[in-house]
Design a protein around this ligand. Structure first.
Ligand code: FA5
Length: 335
């Protein structure tokens, strides 16, 4: 028996070594390890052996099987690695290589930072219900704040969302409190276009709800996030701002990096760019989503991702970003 086994192993190794293609190796595998292989038939005989022989041949068969399997897998890997490095020299080498869009890059940068701070990324629809875009955010039908966010209405009375803030309501209603989410996404407004206003732009919503959340937490997170985004000292300022879904509300501006704060057409000669309004979540908004404002408090912010891409890559006209003009987009030295 031992001689028979020795011969099987020697034959198998010889055939594995001389195999050139993946299919050859698989054939050797089925020949030597398949159900009808000599080895499998001999293994079936174990049950008829004496107890002493069983003790010897049981482990021996197992060892032969695992050794052969290992050898076969090694050979398969060797052949596959050669396939991977096969070079087709007829392929053209002067093709232009694309790159990520500036907005995709800043969106990933910011979500990576927020993920490290414990935020979960969520998503909501671009075609949104009026309820989530306005009503649940404390902006009833007759509220003048609707004027600032005029949008495109769909025939079924839904709308193209004007901001990423509907994600606040969707997240609260899905996860309740406590929570820590961020939601990047495309927004739409019926807007007169200029250097810093588009009808289609990107924002990133952030929201934290927990017990004892205060304005200090809001400022700490805003500062930490912006420091990491710009990786340099960029001047920011916080001033009062009104949004019906926060109280108090703030406008967070950053000094215009296009003109260095001197004033230009991008910042409308003010030296500042509105980047990230924020505030403490209004009790009505918490109540609407069944969160008790006596127990929980929270803050939210709406970072203008398109404006952020403009500041980071010194793009003076927002319209370039949606133009799809690769000659223009490739001017930005983006890794
Ligand atoms: C809002 O959209 C609020 N939802 C933000 C918010 C969230 C406030 C949470 C408080 C709490 P606002 O309309 O200011 O706010 O827009 C937020 C940011 O989006 C702006 O600072 C700006 O960076 C960007 N943004 C707004 N409109 C445009 C536009 N037409 N083109 C490009 N970016 C825009």
């Amino acid at each position: 028996m031992k001689e028979k086994l020795k011969k099987i192993v020697a034959d198998a190794i010889k055939e594995v070594n001389s195999a050139l293609k993946e299919a050859d190796v698989l054939n050797v595998k089925s020949k030597f390890l398949g159900k009808k292989s000599e080895l499998s038939l001999l293994m079936k005989d174990i049950k008829n052996m004496s107890v002493e022989d069983k003790k010897i041949y049981g482990p021996l068969f197992n060892k032969i099987k695992t050794d052969l399997e290992l050898k076969i897998n090694e050979k398969l890997e060797e052949i596959q690695s050669k396939i991977d490095i096969h070079l087709d020299e007829t392929l053209p080498t002067d093709e232009e290589i694309g790159s990520l869009h500036p907005i995709s890059i800043v969106a990933k940068d910011v979500t990576d930072i927020l993920k490290r701070m414990g935020f979960t990324i969520v998503n909501g629809p671009e075609m949104e219900k009026e309820y989530y875009n306005f009503e649940a955010l404390n902006i009833p039908k007759t509220h003048p704040a609707r004027d600032m966010q005029d949008t495109y209405w769909l025939s079924n009375n839904d709308l193209l969302r004007t901001h990423t803030s509907p994600n606040q309501v969707r997240a609260m209603q899905k996860f309740n409190a406590p929570l820590r989410i961020c939601a990047p996404g495309r927004c739409f407004r019926n807007e007169d276009m200029d250097h810093s206003h588009e009808t289609t732009f990107f924002q990133l919503e952030g929201m934290v709800i927990d017990k004892n959340v205060s304005i200090s937490n809001l400022i700490y997170v805003m500062e930490g996030m912006l420091k990491e985004i710009f990786k340099s000292d960029v001047k920011v300022r916080l001033r009062p701002g009104f949004f019906p879904f926060v109280e108090p509300g703030f406008e967070l501006d950053c000094s215009c990096l296009i003109c260095g704060g001197k004033g230009c057409s991008t910042c409308k000669n003010s030296g500042w760019i509105e980047l990230c309004p924020c505030g403490m979540i209004h009790p009505n908004v918490l109540k609407e989503s069944n969160i008790d404002p006596e127990i929980y408090s929270g803050f939210a912010f709406g970072l203008g991702l398109t404006r952020l891409a403009m500041m980071k890559y010194k793009i003076s006209d927002i319209r370039i970003l949606n133009s799809g003009d690769l000659r223009k987009l490739s001017e930005f030295n983006i890794e």
